[in-house]
Design a binder for this molecule. Structure first.
Ligand code: BGC
Length: 271
């Protein structure tokens, strides 16, 4: 029997960073489909953000696009203020915005290192902190959500899998592990849940070259025992469930959603 999830997040408001494309857009749509009003954060492409808002509102949901660079404290704070002015409060923050600036280690510049750490790690810190401050300010609403609030970090399989040529990116994701866990430990007494999703290879613009041709996709699939490249909706559905009361006893966890990429597939026929 099919389950109707369309009201699982009813009455809740969510802010999703980096929501104008890829995983963030799918997360925003999935949260909205389950009844949450959603802030679609973007940095550089207002048309793409508006298209996500339109998809949500056309389907009967509530959404608002807000521009902010998540690595800038003043912009993050202004965005949260605007979101709270518009929606009254927030119950869910998904710190999703992330970038890759790839380089061999020997050639990596400080600017390449710093940019990725600023967006992927400091950006998540700033958004988690503003979210937690709002949950505490507002106080419990047990009829709407068992938890005071839910913080969700978008990590990666590279939280645990080393990645040559991407040291800045893998370091940022390794950092998210302790950002998430230490925050979860500190905020659990407030009834704030903090978790991460660790996506594997998901078809989005960030890894376009890795799946755009049949040859590239075949090579990528050698890393995925389940033999399918993920799609953003996979992650959207998990995010919506993790933020719902059905997952109320989960905090401090990374859920890898990767078709088995973290199963060391090289060992299936070796070792
Ligand atoms: C990266 C992608 C990569 C995937 C699996 C993600 O975190 O952003 O570029 O395809 O990990 O390696």
């Amino acid at each position: 029997m099919a389950t109707d999830n369309s009201t699982r997040l009813a009455g809740q408001f969510a802010l999703v960073t980096g929501a104008s494309s890829g995983i963030g857009a799918a997360v925003a749509k999935a949260l909205a489909a389950q009844g949450a009003g959603v802030v679609v954060n973007y940095i550089g492409n207002p048309e793409a953000a508006q298209a996500v808002v339109k998809d949500i509102t056309d389907a009967g949901g509530q959404a608002l696009a807000l521009q902010a660079d998540v690595s800038k404290e003043d912009q993050v704070q202004a965005m949260f203020q605007q979101a709270i002015q518009r929606f009254g409060t927030l119950h869910i923050v998904v710190a999703n915005a992330g970038i890759q600036v790839d380089s061999s280690f020997l050639d990596m510049t400080l600017a390449q290192w710093q940019k990725v750490i600023d967006v992927n790690l400091t950006g998540q810190f700033l958004c988690l902190r503003e979210g937690a401050r709002e949950f505490v300010r507002r106080g419990p609403q047990p009829d709407i959500s068992k938890a005071l609030g839910k913080l969700l970090c978008m990590s990666s399989v590279h939280e645990v899998i080393p990645w040559a040529g991407h040291v800045n990116y893998a370091t940022s994701k390794g950092g998210i592990l302790q950002l998430m866990k230490s925050t979860a430990q500190e905020l659990a007494p407030h009834k704030i849940r903090v978790n991460s999703i660790g996506p594997g290879a998901i078809k989005t613009p960030i890894n376009h070259d890795a799946w755009a041709t049949p040859e590239a996709e075949a090579k990528l699939l050698t890393l995925i025992p389940y033999n399918r490249v993920g799609v953003p909706e996979d992650i959207g559905n998990l995010a919506a469930w993790l933020c719902s009361d059905e997952a109320d006893y989960i905090t401090g966890q990374t859920i890898f959603m990767d078709g088995g990429m973290t199963l060391y597939p090289g060992f299936a026929t070796n070792g």
